[in-house]
Design a protein around this ligand. Sequence first.
Ligand code: TRP
Ligand code: ZN
Length: 867
Amino acid sequence: MLDAAAPVSATPPVIRREDYRPPDWLVPEIALDFQLGADATRVKAKLTVRRQGTHARPLRLDGGGGLTPISVSIDGEELHDAWRLDGDQLVIDLPGTDHLIETEVQIAPSANSTLMGLYESGGLLCTQCEAEGFRRITFFPDRPDVLSRYTVRMEAERARYPVLLSNGDHMDAGDLPGGRHYALWRDPFPKPCYLFALVAGDLACNADSFVTRSGRTIDLGIWVREADLAKTEHAMASLKASMAWDERVYGREYDLAVFNIVAVSDFNFGAMENKGLNIFNSRYILADPDTATDADFDAIAGVVAHEYFHNWSGNRVTCRDWFQLSLKEGFTVLRDQQFSADQGSPAVKRIEDVRALRAAQFPEDAGPLAHPIRPDSYIEISNFYTATIYNKGAEVIRMMKLILGDEGFRAGTDLYFDRHDGHAATCEDFIVAMEDASGADLSRFRLWYTQAGTPRVKAVLETDAPGGRARLLLTQTVPPTPGQPEKLPMPIPLKLALLGAASGKAMGGEQLVILDEAEKEVLFDGLTEAPILSINHGFSAPICLETDRGPADLAFLSAHDEDPFARYEAMQQLMLDTLVAAARGQTVDHAGVIDAVRNTLTDPHLDAAFVAEAVLLPSEAFIGDQLEVVDPEKVAVVREALRNDLGTELLDLWRDAYARAQANRYEYSPSAKGLRRLRTVALGFIAAAKAPDWAELAFAQYRDSDNMTDRQGAMGVLANNEGVERERALADFHDRYAGDALVIDKWFTTQALSTRLDTPEKVEALARHPDFTIANPNRLRSLVGAFAVNQRAFHDVSGRGYRFVADMILGVDRLNPQTAARLVPSLGRWRRYEPVRATLMRGELERILAAPGLSKDVFEQVSKSLG
Ligand code: TRP
Ligand code: ZN
């Protein structure tokens, strides 16, 4: 995996799960004193340390980012010879069991471009400590199993930093000479240092409150720049809904008297669950109908809920070590998915979640960076904040819920929270709590934590219709992944039913079959009609499914299945089978798909949101994932051909759907959202049909809409095609929203995702646009991240797309290694492509690896991708 020939000093160490040892020293109390300034901040830390167990090992405090001590004192005495630096660690030999350690350091927030530790964003000072950022602020045992009570004193210039926030309760504040002021915060809950946060700046507050079920009033604050205050209403409503939901569904009440959220514009991820002081990427807080799409509103509700839910699943019960990351992330993703499903349409939410899983996690599981949801080793933990840990982690807990039933699962989570409250726990602890509370035996189920790779399940139904009998043969294989050549069969819960081929009704209802061996046979009798297999209802297991159902059965299911997910899935499978056959060079007939789409469009019982999902063709990437060797251009061409035929053959129906959806008035509700979604989907098909008025329609939608969903939707359709309307819309959009960074991000993304053939050149030019910068992660991802998922453009056979992304990775790595490393996987999947592209991609990876001074973040991703 790692290049053995590389000099030892150049190969960063591998951290292994099996090497875990409890901490030698605990830190029950920490008092921090910040003299804040953008260019120079002084940090004094007082740590009460306690030896754990009998050993003679010294106290080791982590440092990072060039942290050097100004002074170190032990039990009140400044000692120069009692400590030493070992790499980034401060090492102190201590004679007794209890000591007081005081350190002082100076750091430079304005020079910190990594966005880890204390940094400056838009004039604010803020922190990001997960996973290992706290060590860039002060010397400390930076590991999640060291829990401390924090007292934080912050001092700063009052004019520049009128608001001073940290975790917990606000204890004191006051003015100081020289235009300075201070604030004192105390968090009564012991926490690991990755949950520490502070913010200083000129912020306005949307203040509100929430009364808990036990009658406590919590002060809520969402802190943003004054100009953004009007865009915080949706986030506040989402927060209150989350608080009520967690009480109702998981019995979890909020614990502090205050809950604050701060929005910042430079942030490596979505948001961070710091105790009582969540810090958010502004894109997951700020919204109004003119500047945010329905998808943005949904994402805000989901992320606000996710971070809030971490207060229990993450903060009250935290992780013992970073290998347990899915303990908090998988569980919390499941919780936010359940919340969002309850707020809107559960079927549509499930479709969206599965689409996201297939887009991000399945390829990861099938590529060089595949890892189990509880990994065994890493070089840089930031690289493991992955779709596998988050989304597959959520699927695994969702399966436990299915196996245990809702009551058993709730008993399990109650026991888990109860047993581990205030402690750092493991994935194993979670599973044991589930077993103890429900009596279930999850021994084999644990394989989901140790084995990587997406299981493939084959389902073959043999019928003996006259005798009323059928036999379902289920087989599974788990593909080899790096470091795991052999796999054991896993327990796969499959919700299924047999549908009567005449009535469309499920004969004998839905049943849950657990495929827990390599093979399993399920027998049915008393069937009154010829059966059709409907399987993996609600996507009950995160698998790839292969069946022997032909186009007629799939079309039937797409029209009749009672499980909405299975119904959607049947249509997807029908489309996918057609597209995969075409991509393999077979001649295909589009009539079956066209008929099924016609049925869906004319079914009066379906709501618009479902229809809009069901008629969408599988993405180019997902089609490619089904092929042995991918030629992205061929995939794009066959997909476009089916789109054109669907557009042309069903033009009148698209026009009807468009007209129906157009009559919709703006409102953020599931039904209005569904109509907006259908409207732009229909517009896309009208454009694909090259109807003479498509550009006029699209431009009118662009110009006249009163909301960003419709406007951006129309701009996206225009951006994919030729014409003056395209240029007019893009220019107008840029003018209209100049200065609104989150909207300008959309302007970049729309162009980066364009299906036009000149997209690679256009994207290179956009990288020279005055609004582009690699220093802001949102802006970088809006152009480069979007381009890297644009299958046809990124994989342009000239290789210029690969070169462009590799150059960006190298450029960003010097500033922000975490964000640079997240761009690697698109190049890393080179083995899946035809030889010309594969060679070009590998060449770029080799060029990156040869560059001097590579971060360990990028080194790990690139070396594993080549390995
Ligand atoms: N715990 C955060 C979440 O899932 C993730 C996160 C936010 C993060 N910022 C980060 C992870 C920086 C690594 C680095 O909600
Ligand atoms: Zn999280």
